[in-house]
Write a protein that binds this ligand. Structure first.
Ligand SMILES: *[C@@H]1O[C@H](CO)[C@@H](O)[C@H](O)[C@H]1NC(C)=O
Ligand SMILES: *[C@@H]1O[C@H](CO)[C@@H](O)[C@H](O)[C@H]1NC(C)=O
Ligand SMILES: *[C@@H]1O[C@H](CO)[C@@H](O)[C@H](O)[C@H]1NC(C)=O
Ligand SMILES: *[C@@H]1O[C@H](CO)[C@@H](O)[C@H](O)[C@H]1NC(C)=O
Length: 955
């Protein structure tokens, strides 16, 4: 179990604790003084209790709370002849009748199953039952719960109950407290690095109709907590009739529809959380003075609108969370500064911008203060140094400038400081954090800061982000860090070798390491030393020698752009959960291990381009494959394209260019519903391309590059998706992990479109980009009509083939074309007047055909270089010197012989920019990418990679 998992568990138990504390749950305990005259309990109930005790094993790990202990161990059949069970710990009896009316076995280390026959259900006088924080081993909540008609308090939270919540629950009409929250799969908690809020499998399910009858029948409810129960329905409007409600917690319940706004007006409601219900919409009403809210959390939902200024009326409000919803008001509302009691404020990832208002200087009680992933500008106010209770400050992913205030050295309770990805500048002396003894996460990456390090620190950090902090040396204090989980020092100017002590640092704990974009040289140890590592990137350095073998825990392995040599060890295939493997741009050689195709069902990106691999590509791809990108370009691979690629149902990008593949066109890939890009240029593909099934095959293909092969026959027609712009182009996944971390997986890439005389750079292949390049083959016959229907085309290259006939006038419909190359064919007839409509055309080439007649005048077509037209003796008019007249002008001399590849050397230079996130045991990370433009500048690229890898959302 990784440390991060532990931290999730810690978080969960903390949450439980908070829940318990918050609701002032009074569950009976036997904290009576020893003088207390205990009533005697009926024998039947006593034996029921003993039997109940015996049906479990005591298991310390069954409870998450650090205060857990087995209360039942004090339960003995007949101690010293004194046998009333009413004196037992956790048991409460009615003073008069002696009946057991309260049972508090919360956090009692109970492990085992429970069913309807359990002796527990003989305690029919029970009024309060607390079984929270034990492990009932996926038991269903027994329907015999109906045996407790007097029950007022029922707490079955965090106890590994599973299955359908029994409808009998709604018979317990006296319930005032009902808590079924946080029944989660502990296996997934423990093992699944990826466990996210959504994936975190909720064990309990509540039928919509049962929620309805609960709300209908349990009209005395004061506390209702169903967090992490899979409800999957709308919230019934009748919920607003529960007039006694003080707390309503429906976190991550898969709720949808609109939140009944009347619930906000419940007169006693102090605590409301509907966080992590992405499909749930709603808005805030006006709040009035009498509203008793202490906690209001609607983060990670579809709540929208504005935060009403009447929120200032909530004088008791301590916790306010609207993070990652759809609130927008331009500036950060200054009236929030009147919520003086706030201890928790999170308005991250909405559309708030502008400077941090000075009115917030009055929020001196804040312990958590987060406005990340927004549009904040201006400096970080130095008055924050007065927030003496501050533990967690997060302004990451904004546009803040200026320096890190010196007053931060007064934040003696600070534990987490996230300032990454802003425009901060100036020198940050590590010294200034010296007094912050609780600081354990510090993120300063991707600003323009200059970080001045010290030799040692008082703190032990778990997260340190010092990327792009002008470091010139490997920070030596790192050698004393024993618990690092995440270390980033990418994009600095560190030269030379990684110090040897680094291979001994935080060996058990480190899960993510980014040292990319430095000037590191030297070699790695044969095997990476960090046993729990899930992500490493050391790209864009000068490492040489063999690729280090990573531990099997890895999810991301990025070694691109170094000087690694030798073969890929098949030990890499031990990474059974690997999602990203990027070994491109090295000097690796040898054959590719055949396991690469199918060693991990989670492998999404397989990038091996720009090496010297030879042999065939991995032949076997399993049908569960998650592969979305495969790039093996610029190697010496040969042979056929494996037919089993057809199993990669999610494949979006397949780049085979610049190898020696020898095969027919893989028409069978037409069944891949997600394939958007197929690049096969510069290989030895051959043959006639058969007809694909219209509107069925290649439904999303938008970029096809078949250039420089030996294809023959007619121009292939197969790309309906270019006709209508319907495909969401880049892939983006969004998920949330258990700590609330938003995970976005994203892959975009840039390409350079270089045609004769024009190099056009596309910062990112936008959704609508489409291109078709079949140049330098032996395609023959006429240009088919369908091409004139590919309205989204930006680039069309049919050059260097044997095409005959005329240029279809339908090309005039390709109004988005920026580049059109028809040169070196046998086209005849006139250039259609319709081409005058191609307003975006920056590159146009029809040279070396048999075109005749006038060049359409008065458009960009006449402003082009003469070379666009040369080699067509029959053409006339501007820009050619030959005027169009009645009389035949003298023939131009034939132009120089074509060099075969002049027009298109590198029409598609694919330059993959992989930006991905998702490593780190569910602790990672993502960011709203709406504003991000991927550029080719390596520094920006790193910035974006960093950015996506950074964002850590905490509970
Ligand atoms: C038995 O319990 C009663 C009531 O709590 C107490 O007064 C008495 O001292 C106990 N007797 C023994 C033998 O422990
Ligand atoms: C803080 O509150 C005081 C008292 O209401 C007020 O006078 C002051 O202007 C507030 N400070 C800011 C910066 O708004
Ligand atoms: C820290 O707080 C003290 C006491 O309020 C103050 O005198 C000092 O100037 C503060 N330090 C900084 C760097 O702001
Ligand atoms: C810090 O480490 C360097 C190199 O090891 C050493 O020369 C220097 O004296 C150390 N400085 C302090 C303050 O310990």
């Amino acid at each position: 179990m990784g440390l991060l998992d532990i931290s999730i568990i810690r978080m969960v138990s903390k949450l439980v604790l908070v829940l318990l504390l918050f609701h002032h749950v009074v569950i009976a305990t036997s904290s009576y003084s020893s003088q207390k005259q205990y009533p005697s309990c009926p024998d039947g109930e006593k034996s029921a209790l003993l039997q109940f005790k015996d049906s479990f094993t005591i298991d310390k790990s069954a409870s998450r709370s650090t205060d857990a202990y087995p209360k039942v161990s004090s339960w003995k059949p007949a101690e010293g002849g004194n046998s009333t069970c009413c004196s037992w710990e956790g048991v409460e009896c009615d003073e008069k009748t002696g009946h057991v009316i309260g049972l508090d076995l919360g956090s009692s280390c109970l492990h085992g199953s429970i069913n309807s026959n359990s002796s527990l259900f003989r305690l029919v006088h029970l009024q309060r039952l607390n079984l929270s924080d034990n492990n009932f081993n996926y038991s269903q909540i027994p329907a015999s719960i109906r045996n407790f008609p007097s029950l007022t308090h029922l707490d079955l939270s965090t106890s590994v109950f599973s299955g359908q919540v029994p409808s009998e629950l709604s018979l317990l009409s006296k319930l005032t407290y009902l808590n079924l929250a946080l029944n989660l799969d502990r296996l997934s908690e423990d093992k699944d690095h990826q466990s996210s809020e959504e994936e975190n499998y909720p064990l309990l399910k509540l039928e919509a109709s049962d929620l309805g009858s609960l709300v209908q029948n349990l009209s005395s409810l004061e506390v209702l907590s169903l967090s992490f129960v899979n409800v999957s329905s709308a919230i019934p409007h009748s919920m607003a009739n529960l007039s006694s409600l003080t707390a309503l917690h429906l976190r991550a319940c898969h709720l949808f529809g609109e939140f009944p706004v009347r619930i906000f007006q419940l007169p006693n409601l102090e605590s409301l959380s509907v966080r992590y219900n992405q499909e749930l919409t709603g808005y805030f009403p006006e709040f009035n003075q009498s509203s008793p809210f202490i906690l209001l959390k609607v983060g990670f939902t579809g709540f929208f609108g504005t935060i009403p200024s009447s929120i200032q009326n909530l004088h008791s409000l301590q916790n306010f969370d609207v993070a990652q919803s759809n609130f927008s008001e331009g500036l950060v509302p200054s009236f929030l500064g009147n919520l003086r009691q706030l201890t928790y404020l999170d308005i991250s990832a909405n559309k708030f911008g502008g400077p941090i208002p000075d009115s917030l200087a009055n929020l001196t009680q804040l312990a958590t203060f987060r406005i990340s992933t927004s549009r904040l500008t201006g400096p970080i106010p130095s008055w924050l140094g007065n927030f003496s209770k501050l533990e967690y400050l997060d302004f990451a992913f904004n546009r803040l400038n200026g320096s890190v205030p010196a007053s931060f050295s007064n934040l003696t309770n600070l534990q987490i400081l996230y300032l990454q990805l802003n425009s901060l500048s100036g020198v940050v002396e590590f010294q200034m954090f010296q007094n912050l003894q609780f600081l354990f996460q510090l993120q300063l990456s991707w600003n323009s800061l200059e970080f001045v390090t010290v030799n040692s620190t008082v703190q032990q950090f778990t997260v340190l982000g010092l990327s792009n902090c002008s470091l010139t040396e490997f920070p030596s204090f790192l050698q004393y860090q024993k618990g690092l989980e995440r270390l980033e020092i990418a994009g600095n100017k560190i030269r030379g070798q990684v110090p040897n002590w680094m291979w001994n640092t935080s060996i058990e704990t480190l899960v993510y390491l980014d040292i990319s974009g430095n000037f590191f040289s030297g070699q790695f140890p044969l095997v990476l030393p960090w046993v729990n590592l899930v992500g490493i990137t050391f790209s864009s350095n000068m490492f040489h020698g063999s690729l280090p073998v990573p531990p099997p825990t890895m999810l991301e392995y990025t070694a691109t752009d170094n000087n690694f040599t030798g073969e890929i060890s098949s030990l890499l295939c031990n990474m059974k959960n690997l999602q990203l493997l990027d070994l491109s741009k090295n000097k690796l050689s040898g054959m590719l291990p055949q396991c690469l195709g199918n060693f991990s069902d989670d492998l999404t990106l397989l990038l091996l381009g720009n090496n010297s691999f030879h042999g065939v590509i991995p032949q076997t791809y399993n049908s569960g494959s998650s592969l979305r990108m495969i790039d093996v370009s610029h190697n010496k691979l040969h042979g056929q394209i494996p037919r089993s690629l057809v199993n990669c149902a999610r494949l979006e990008y397949l780049v085979l260019s610049n190898n020696q593949f020898n095969d027919v066109f893989p028409i069978w890939l037409g069944t891949l519903q997600e394939l958007k890009l197929l690049a096969m240029r510069h290989n030895r593909f051959y043959g006639v391309i058969g007809k694909s099934r219209k509107n069925v095959d290649f439904p999303k293909l938008r970029i096809l590059d078949l250039s420089h092969n030996n294809f023959t026959g007619a121009v292939p027609s197969m790309f309906p998706s270019i006709i209508v712009n319907k495909s969401a182009y880049m892939f983006t996944d969004v998920a949330y992990d258990a700590s609330g971390a938003r995970i976005i997986r994203y892959a975009g890439y840039a390409l350079t479109l270089a045609t004769k005389g024009l190099e056009q750079y596309y910062p990112m292949i936008r959704e609508e980009f489409a291109s078709f390049d079949i140049s330098s083959n032996k395609f023959e016959g006429e240009i088919p009509d369908f091409i004139g229907k590919l309205k989204e085309l930006r680039s069309l290259n049919l050059s260097h083939n044997i095409l005959t006939g005329s240029i279809p006038s339908s090309f005039g419909n390709l109004t988005k074309l920026e580049s059109l190359d028809l040169s070196q064919n046998k086209l005849s007839g006139q250039i259609p007047q319709q081409l005058r409509q191609l307003n975006f055309l920056g590159s146009f080439n029809v040279s070396h055909n048999n075109l005749t007649g006038p060049i359409p005048q008065g458009t960009q077509l006449t402003s082009l270089n003469i070379t666009s037209y040369e080699g067509n003796p029959g053409l006339c008019g501007d820009p050619l010197p030959k005027k169009c007249g009645k009389s035949k002008a003298p023939q131009r001399p034939p132009s120089t012989v074509d060099d075969g590849d002049s027009s298109s050397a590198g029409i598609f230079e694919f330059d993959w920019k992989i930006v991905s996130a998702g490593c780190g045991s569910g602790l990672i990370v993502g960011v709203v990418l709406a504003d991000v433009v991927i550029t080719r500048r390596p520094d920006m690229f790193l910035k974006i990679v960093g950015m996506i890898r950074q964002m850590i959302w905490k509970i």
